[in-house]
Design a protein around this ligand. Structure first.
Ligand SMILES: [Zn+2]
Length: 89
């Protein structure tokens, strides 16, 4: 089985916080550095608390991309969850 984001064998893996990708250790580390990582984790926690176990994540925008919080905020109306944790330009 290969990582969903790079051609490496998975080895020890876990599922992404952003989507349903299975990630190798290197991709987990790069995901943890993403500026929306905290947001993705908060959204997951909220969805689980709502028993929405089919939730597929906020979506992986790529290492240099950003999650579209405005669209998610408009869809879910969870202002407290969608507060930016760093000022967005
Ligand atoms: Zn990988």
């Amino acid at each position: 089985m290969l990582c969903d984001r790079c051609p490496q064998p998975l080895g020890v893996y876990r599922t992404s916080w952003f989507n349903m990708d299975n990630l190798c250790e290197a991709c987990q580390k790069s995901e943890e550095k993403h500026p929306d990582y905290g947001f993705a984790r908060r959204m997951e926690t909220v969805q689980v608390s709502l028993k929405n176990f089919n939730y597929e994540g906020v979506g992986w925008p790529g290492e240099d991309g950003r999650v579209n919080r405005k669209a998610i905020q408009a869809a879910f109306k969870w202002d407290s969850v969608c507060q930016p944790d760093t000022p967005q330009s």
